[in-house]
Structure formats: C-alpha cells, structure tokens
Design a protein around this ligand. Structure first.
Ligand SMILES: CC(C)(COP(=O)(O)OP(=O)(O)OC[C@H]1O[C@@H](n2cnc3c(N)ncnc32)[C@H](O)[C@@H]1OP(=O)(O)O)[C@@H](O)C(=O)NCCC(=O)NCCS
Length: 143
C-alpha cells in the first residue's frame, strides 16, 4: 500500500522489512484499518524523546472520505497523549493536495518546506500539531 499510495513514482524505501521493524519496535505504533474484510488503510508513527513522527498514513481510494484516516489519526493522537507526547510532526509530498487538506482539517499547521526531500525529485511540506491546543478538548498534562 505504501508503494502504491504514498511512494508513487519514487523508489520504494518502505520495504516489508522496514515496516516489520516498526511493528516490532516498542516505540512505534503500526495500525491497520479493516473494512469489508479488506485492509482499507494503515498508519505508522514513531515516538522520539519529545515528539512523535508520523511516517506513513494512507487509505485505499475506494474507502476514502469515510473518516478512516481521521480514525487512524485519532487513535495515534490518543496513544501519544497517553505516552505524554503532545507534538506530532510529519512530512508530506508537496504535490499531495488531498493529504495537505486532510492534515489541515485535522489541526496540523505548516511549518516549512524541505526542498528535494524526496529522493532529490520532490519537495516535502512539514506540518506539526500540538495536541494540547487546537483539539477542541484541552489535554494539558496533569500535576
Ligand atoms: C490523505 C488520506 C490519508 C485521507 O484519507 P481519508 O480516509 O479519505 O480521510 P478522511 O475521510 O478521514 O477525511 C477527514 C477530513 O479530511 C479532509 N480531506 C480528506 N481528504 C480530502 C481531499 N481529498 N480533499 C479535501 N479535503 C480532504 C476533509 O476535511 C475530511 O472530512 P470530510 O470528509 O468530512 O470533509 C487519503 O487521501 C490518502 O491515503 N491519500 C494518499 C496517501 C497520502 O497522501 N498519505 C498522506 C501522506 S503520508
């Protein structure tokens, strides 16, 4: 799915072995969304010291605009808050208007652009979200 839906037109860097490492890594969360017995979407997020990095997120075209990515991201947000991590960062392909609109709708804000970030051929847009704000529900750390 990553090759088909995210790394389209690029050399495939997200190999099965790389994904398997994330599945086994204690500081990564790998999620799949199942619908009609099919794998409709997936996400991979990795925790670091003070923030988490959303590496991959995709939903198959026939299942889009049903809130699946929103649900995947909301699961990841809950995991991050539970871990005491409130800042989520990501990069997306500059040409990906759908992803830009999606993250914008989910409260992510653009923080910059990385020129030729994707294998020297395409820019990345960097976006972040602080889960303590823009959430509708304030989730400040307790105590
Ligand atoms: C981006 C992507 C993950 C969104 O998945 P999705 O399941 O369709 O998203 P949702 O249904 O949860 O959308 C939630 C909201 O995001 C916004 N949104 C999602 N797709 C959009 C689009 N194509 N255009 C405009 N807004 C969009 C809308 O506000 C939407 O709410 P609404 O449907 O009530 O209007 C999906 O289009 C995708 O897999 N794209 C290819 C892979 C990719 O670019 N991944 C992200 C970078 S790794």
């Amino acid at each position: 799915m990553s090759r088909e839906l995210i790394e389209t037109g690029l050399a495939h860097s997200w190999t099965a072995v790389r994904i398997a490492r994330h599945i086994e890594h204690p500081e990564s969360v790998v999620l799949t969304a199942r619908l009609e017995r099919a794998c409709a979407g997936f996400a991979v997020m990795q925790f670091a010291e003070d923030s988490a990095h959303l590496n991959l997120l995709a939903v198959r075209p026939q299942y889009r605009r049903r809130g699946i990515a929103r649900q995947l991201l909301s699961w990841l947000h809950e995991s991050a808050v539970t871990a005491g991590t409130f800042v989520i960062a990501l990069e997306l392909r500059a040409t990906s208007a759908a992803a830009h609109a999606f993250y914008g709708a989910l409260g992510y804000r653009e923080t910059g652009r990385a020129v030729a970030y994707y294998q020297g051929v395409e820019d990345a847009i960097r976006m972040t979200r602080d889960l303590r704000i823009n959430d509708g529900v304030l989730r400040a750390p307790q105590g």
